[in-house]
Design a protein around this ligand. Structure first.
Ligand SMILES: [Zn+2]
Length: 563
C-alpha cells in the first residue's frame, strides 16, 4: 500500500515537472530592454494629452499607477543614475545638483563643492568607480557578451551620467557653433548656429562614442542658439527664466528635426545598424523644458492652451510637446516591430521626476533667472562653475541663512539645501533654524551620519501637505544622506519654488508622483497600486529578463509574470 502510494506520488511529481518544463519552454524572457524616460512627465498627461502609445502600454503591460520617485533630490542628474543602477543617491556618489567631494575623488581638493550637472563624463566615472557598483550596461554585457548598450538624449549631463562606466555608445546635442564653423553650409537648410551629436570620453578632444552612422549623418545637426529658435520665450514670462534654445521643440526644418524626434531617430539608427543591441536608454526632454517654462500641471498658464498648429508657437506648449513625445515613442516601437524585435524587447516608460508650479515664487524674476536662482555661492567656493555667485542672485531671499556666516553653498528648487562651512552639531542646528524662517518652508532636517534628523516643522501645513509629508518626508530625505549631501535640508510647501516657475527637486507629491509602465510580449497585464520607486526599476527589469544581480541594490525586484 505504501509502495503504491509512493509510486503514485512519483508519477504525479513527474507530471508536475513536465508541466513546469513545458511552461518554461513557452515563456520567452526578453533579451533586450528599451527604457524611455519622459523627463518631468506627470502621470495625468497620458490621458490629458492623448498619449495613445503610453496608454496602450498601460492597458496591456504592468502599470504601476501609484509609482513615485522615492528619493531625493528629484532631479534629472540624480534620478537617471538610479534608474540604471537600482541604488539610492546616498550610495551613488552624488545626491544632488551640488555635492561635496569629501574624499577628493575628483581632484579639486578634499571637501570641494562641485556642481554635479557640470561634471565631465570622466568625472562621473570616477564617482561611480569610487563606490564600485555595476550599472545597466555591465549587466547586459555579462548576460549578452558583445552586445551594444546605448544612451541618447538632448542634454549632456543626463546622457553622460546615465552612460558613465557601462555604455558603448551615446550622444547628446553638442555645443553651439557659429556659421564660420559650418562644415558644409549646402547640407543645412538654415544659415546660422547649429549643434551636432556629441559624446566624448576624455573631454571634447577624447574618443567619440557617437556611432559613425550618426556622427556622419547631417540629419543630426540642428538649428540651435539662433534668435528664431527661442519662439519668443527669452522675453515671455515666466518662460524667460529658462527659455527654449532650439534643443527641445522639433523646429521648422523637417529633415533636421530637433527635440525628442532627434533622440528617437538616434535610437532607430542603432536598431537598424546593431542587430545585437541589448539595452537602449532614451531621454525625451521636451516635456521637461515646457514644464520648466510654463509650470508642470498648472491650469491657468499658457501651457494648457492649444496654439495655432500652423505656427511654431504650438511647439513650445505642453499639448503639442507631450503628444510629440508619445509619437516618438510610437516611432521607436514601430521600428522594433519592423525589425521583428518587438517580441524580444522589454519596454519601460517612466519619468525621472514630475513637476509643480510656483504659486509661491521665491526666485529672481529675470530673463535667464534660473541659473541665478537655483545656485547660490556667496563665497565663490564652487570648484567647477561660476553659477550663483554673490550679488547676482538670491542674496535677499536667502539672507537669513547667509547671515549665519556659515553657508558654503546652497541649492534651491522645490527644496532648499545647504552645505555648511562649520559642520558641528550646534552650527547645523543654527542653519536649520535660519532655514525654517525662509518663506514657505515645510520642515527642516540636519544630516547626522547616514540619516537626517527632523529639527522643525511648519505650524501651518495643509491637510494634503501633512498627509504626504508624514508618509514620505523622512523616507525621502534619508535617501540622500551621504558625505556628498547637504548638511541642512528645508522641504518646501506645495506649489512653492525657489528656482523657476515650473520646478522639481524636492519631496512634494507633485514632483514625486511619476508614470511607470513595463511591457513585454506575453507579460500579464496588471494595474498595481503598490508604491513602485525608481530604485525598483533595475531589479525588476533584471528579474523579468532572468539576469541575476551581481551586487546589492536598494530596490525591490517585482515579479512580472510572462506567459
Ligand atoms: Zn529630469
Amino acid at each position: 500500500m505504501i509502495t503504491l502510494r509512493k509510486g503514485l506520488l512519483s508519477v504525479v511529481l513527474c507530471l508536475l515537472l513536465l508541466l513546469i518544463a513545458a511552461g518554461a519552454a513557452m515563456a520567452q524572457k526578453p533579451t533586450r530592454v528599451l527604457i524611455v524616460t519622459m523627463d518631468q512627465m506627470r502621470p495625468e498627461y497620458a490621458k490629458q494629452f492623448d498619449m495613445t502609445n503610453m496608454l496602450w502600454l498601460q492597458n496591456h503591460g504592468a502599470h504601476f499607477n501609484k509609482a513615485y520617485v522615492g528619493q531625493m533630490a528629484s532631479e534629472t542628474v540624480v534620478s537617471h543614475n538610479t534608474i540604471v543602477s537600482g541604488l539610492f543617491p546616498k550610495h551613488m556618489g552624488w545626491s544632488d545638483e551640488v555635492m561635496r567631494d569629501t574624499d577628493n575623488v575628483l581632484g579639486y581638493g578634499a571637501g570641494a563643492i562641485v556642481t554635479t550637472g557640470d561634471l565631465t563624463y570622466d568625472q562621473y566615472v570616477l564617482l561611480i568607480e569610487s563606490k564600485g557598483y555595476p550599472k545597466l550596461g555591465d549587466y547586459m554585457h555579462k548576460a549578452f557578451p558583445g552586445s551594444i548598450v546605448a544612451n541618447f538624449g538632448e542634454k549632456k549631463y543626463q546622457v553622460e551620467s546615465t552612460a558613465a562606466s557601462s555604455s558603448d555608445y551615446w550622444a547628446y546635442m553638442g555645443s553651439k557653433y557659429n556659421t564660420v564653423a559650418l562644415p558644409d553650409p549646402s547640407v543645412l537648410p538654415w544659415v546660422g548656429k547649429y549643434r551636432g551629436p556629441e559624446g566624448w570620453v576624455g573631454g571634447t578632444t577624447g574618443e567619440s562614442k557617437v556611432p559613425s552612422y550618426i556622427a556622419s549623418d547631417p540629419r543630426f545637426m540642428i538649428s540651435s542658439g539662433n534668435s528664431t529658435d527661442a519662439y519668443g520665450t527669452t522675453v515671455d514670462k515666466p518662460a524667460y527664466l529658462y527659455p527654449e534654445d532650439g534643443r527641445y521643440a522639433p523646429g521648422a526644418y523637417p529633415d533636421n528635426l530637433s527635440g525628442d524626434a532627434w533622440v528617437a531617430d538616434a535610437a532607430i539608427k542603432v536598431m537598424e545598424n546593431e542587430e545585437d543591441w541589448s539595452a537602449i536608454h532614451l531621454n525625451f526632454s521636451g516635456i521637461d523644458k515646457i514644464g520648466h517654462m510654463w509650470g508642470g500641471g498648472s491650469v491657468d498658464t499658457e501651457a494648457n492652451y492649444h496654439w495655432d498648429p500652423t505656427t511654431l508657437l504650438d511647439q513650445i506648449h505642453m499639448p503639442f510637446i507631450a503628444k510629440n513625445a508619445d509619437n516618438q515613442l510610437g516611432r521607436v516601437i514601430a521600428k522594433l516591430k519592423d525589425l521583428h524585435q518587438w517580441g524580444e524587447t522589454m519596454v519601460v516608460v517612466l519619468a525621472d521626476h514630475a513637476s509643480t508650479y510656483a504659486e509661491k515664487a521665491h526666485y529672481v524674476d529675470a530673463a535667464g533667472g534660473g541659473n541665478l536662482s537655483w545656485y547660490y555661492d556667496p563665497n565663490n567656493v564652487a570648484a567647477n562653475t561660476a553659477y550663483g555667485r554673490a550679488g547676482a542672485n538670491n542674496d535677499s531671499v536667502l539672507a537669513p541663512l547667509n547671515a549665519t556666516g556659515n553657508l558654503a553653498y546652497s541649492y534651491q528648487s522645490t527644496a532648499v539645501e545647504a552645505w555648511l562651512i562649520d559642520r558641528g552639531w550646534s552650527k547645523k542646528l543654527e542653519a536649520a533654524e535660519a532655514t525654517q524662517t525662509l518663506p514657505d518652508v515645510l520642515a527642516t532636517y540636519v544630516k547626522w551620519r547616514d540619516e537626517y534628523v527632523l529639527v522643525s516643522r511648519s505650524a501651518t501645513m495643509t491637510v494634503a501637505e501633512r498627509t504626504w509629508w508624514r508618509n514620505h518626508g523622512q523616507e525621502l530625505v534619508d535617501t540622500m544622506a551621504s558625505n556628498a549631501a547637504p548638511d541642512v535640508v528645508g522641504l518646501l510647501k506645495n506649489r512653492t519654488s525657489y528656482g523657476v516657475y515650473g520646478d522639481h527637486g524636492g519631496a512634494q507629491r507633485d514632483v514625486q508622483r511619476i508614470p511607470m509602465v513595463m511591457y513585454a510580449e506575453g507579460m500579464q497585464h496588471v494595474v498595481r497600486g503598490t508604491p513602485f520607486r525608481l530604485v525598483d526599476v533595475m531589479p525588476t527589469v533584471l528579474r523579468a529578463m532572468g539576469i541575476p544581480q551581481m551586487a546589492p541594490m536598494d530596490g525591490k525586484a517585482y515579479h512580472l509574470p510572462i506567459h
